[in-house]
Write a protein that binds this ligand. Structure first.
Ligand SMILES: CC(C)(COP(=O)(O)OP(=O)(O)OC[C@H]1O[C@@H](n2cnc3c(N)ncnc32)[C@H](O)[C@@H]1O)[C@@H](O)C(=O)NCCC(=O)NCCS
Ligand SMILES: Nc1ncnc2c1ncn2[C@@H]1O[C@H](COP(=O)(O)OP(=O)(O)OP(=O)(O)O)[C@@H](O)[C@H]1O
Length: 288
């Protein structure tokens, strides 16, 4: 199905566009490797390309499945193979683990909607993602004993703070994307803000609100709250739209690199935001 390939391509584009946006505090971008010493801009490009066939598989699995509430069981094995392909291509570096999960669910949702005659609006895809992930946190975390040794940083964040990370975001239908990131991105794009600057501003609004388990993997709640406050403050300076805001973003990047902080979960949600925006735009063009 041609449409399915089209949305899979938009998801790959979203990964490429996200990593290119510069400056991104603490993250890999065109200027530096952020708070990472095992990956760079080119690692992300190779990883995104390696994921392309699996993104198409996610969308096809959604299109070929009858019921949304049993789709996750079809998507997860594809996610495992995608993760393996990512690690094979990057030499064992985690570039896109969270993104594989988020895009797996969203592409499954979009594929299902296409096959069932639904419109590809952001709201429809996010609602479908929520249905796909109903019960996920209980299933993945419910059986975890309080004194269990965490196998992943996600489990560690749940055991220490009760935070549900990317699983919780997906199960709630990506509320930060819906409430904060998409409205800001739509406004910036409508105002013809340079794409790069629109993406960086969206990153800041996500960082201001996200309980990013990627930050907690290396640091504590106090650090996460400090980062949230700093991101919010830079937005009040005007973000990338003012000289003061731009200077503050550059300084924030240096600060997060020095403190070795990486807001990787928010980076994934920037890619999700671009994907949903472009998907909605192409759906509108198709229906005109
Ligand atoms: C749910 C997945 C993504 C990861 O679980 P894990 O416990 O390792 O999560 P962890 O907290 O380490 O986060 C993974 C990534 O999510 C992203 N992330 C973190 N916080 C957030 C957030 N609040 N919002 C969005 N994304 C986030 C980051 O990019 C992070 O690197 C997935 O890999 C998974 O299901 N793992 C369990 C084993 C499994 O079934 N694997 C499937 C592939 S084999
Ligand atoms: N542009 C980006 N720059 C850096 N990280 C990003 C970017 N986009 C997304 N990320 C996310 O950051 C995550 C990697 O973070 P990190 O290196 O802290 O994880 P890790 O390999 O699990 O742990 P660690 O390196 O602390 O041992 C990736 O999974 C990815 O989702």
């Amino acid at each position: 199905m041609r449409g399915v390939d089209h949305i899979a391509a938009l998801a790959v584009e979203a990964l490429l566009v996200e990593v290119a946006a510069t400056p991104k505090p603490g993250l890999v971008d065109r200027a530096n490797n952020g708070a990472h010493d095992d990956m760079d801009f080119f690692t992300f490009q190779a990883s995104a390309a390696a994921l392309a066939p699996y993104f198409a598989e996610f969308a096809r699995a959604g299109a070929g499945h009858e019921h949304l509430d049993t789709l996750l069981a079809q998507l997860r094995p594809i996610g495992c193979r995608a993760e393996a392909a990512m690690y094979a291509r990057t030499g064992g570096v985690n570039t896109h683990k969270g993104a594989v999960f988020s895009f797996g669910v969203l592409l499954g949702a979009a594929g299902w909607l296409m096959a069932h005659g639904g419109r590809l609006t952001a709201d429809a895809v996010l609602d479908a993602a929520r249905t796909i992930c109903t019960g996920l946190c209980r299933a993945d975390y419910g059986a975890l004993a309080k004194d269990a040794v965490p196998a992943t940083k996600g489990q560690a964040a749940y055991l220490a703070y009760g935070l549900t990370g990317v699983r919780g975001e997906a199960e709630a239908g990506f509320p930060l994307v819906r409430a904060y990131a998409l409205p800001l991105y739509r406004a910036r794009r409508a105002a013809h803000t340079p794409l790069n600057d629109a993406l960086v501003d969206v990153l800041l609004v996500l960082m201001a609100h996200n309980m990013d388990t990627n930050i907690l993997g290396r640091h504590d709640l106090a650090m996460l709250h400090r980062v949230q406050g700093d991101a919010a403050r830079i937005l009040t300076l005007g973000g990338m739209g003012t000289a003061a805001g731009r200077a503050a973003v550059e300084a924030f990047d240096a600060q997060l690199i020095a403190a070795w902080v990486s807001p990787g979960g928010s980076a994934d949600l920037v890619a999700v935001t671009h994907f949903l925006y472009e998907m909605e735009q192409s759906d509108m063009l198709r229906s005109m």
